[in-house]
Design a protein around this ligand. Structure first.
Ligand code: ADP
Length: 227
């Protein structure tokens, strides 16, 4: 369970309100989309969850953990519970698809045996086994994002956070990426995704939180995009 309790984040001594008095919960295994205009506070909200930045007020809980009370030395362990996917993929250009995914496992202290076993499974989940030894420049945008998703799930996190994962993709690649995120969610991982894409929201038919000027203005169980 994720719980935001009256969370606000102000930048520049309160001149800039990124999020304001945000309260919501996400249950395990939910798929939640967060929508809103540019500047509405979506990315800031995700940053509060991964403890990349501290709230100005309020608390963020992950299960019983008060995320912003976690000592700095324990943050890497907390962040391993969360896989992240970004609009611009953030793949290492000098590593192949396999090596990009393996690198996330190495950073997590996993053994060579585990890497040999789990990386092919992650590649299979995103339907990319034939491209295991391709470098990022040899992959389409959709394929790159699927490698990034494989990297995000390979350490079996509890949550996937995807910040505009289809923002750079054409409609077919967008559809494929959404299907893969759905499959990962069906397998038991909570997914929190920000998006601008109305088609994605309609295709998902899952919960939608709408933000505007830092506040949650709608929270629909089977949402539609209404901005
Ligand atoms: P979104 O992801 O919905 O586009 P953001 O969370 O990135 O919105 O930004 C929300 C607001 O907070 C914007 O007005 C933005 O300019 C401001 N903001 C975000 N990060 C910073 C920062 N590091 N310093 C100052 N203002 C920021």
């Amino acid at each position: 369970m994720i719980y935001f309790d009256k969370v606000s984040k102000h930048y520049n001594n309160r001149n800039s309100i990124a999020i304001e008095d945000v309260t919501f919960q996400v249950a395990p295994r939910e798929f939640v989309s967060i929508v809103g205009h540019s500047g509405a506070g979506k990315t800031t909200l995700l940053k509060m969850l991964i403890a990349e930045d501290r709230p100005t007020a309020g608390q963020v809980f992950f299960e019983s953990l008060d995320v912003h009370q976690i000592p700095r030395t324990k943050l890497p362990k907390y962040r391993r519970k969360i896989g992240t996917v970004f609009q611009d993929f953030k793949l290492l250009s000098h590593k192949t698809a396999f090596e990009n995914i393996a690198f996330a496992m190495e950073a997590n202290g996993r053994s060579d045996e585990e890497i040999e076993e789990n990386v092919p499974q992650a590649l299979a989940l995103v339907d990319l086994e034939p491209k295991a030894w391709n470098f990022p420049w040899e992959l389409s945008g959709g394929e790159k994002q699927r490698v990034a998703i494989a990297r995000a799930i390979v350490n079996q996190p509890d949550i996937i956070i995807a910040d505009e994962p289809t923002g750079n993709l054409d409609p077919i690649a967008t559809y494929e990426v959404v299907q893969i995120l759905k499959k990962i969610n069906d397998l038991g991982t909570t997914v929190i995704m920000t998006t601008h894409n109305k088609g994605v929201i309609d295709e998902l038919g899952r919960r939608v939180i709408t933000m505007d000027e830092g506040r949650i203005v709608r929270d629909d169980v089977e949402g539609t995009y209404s901005l």
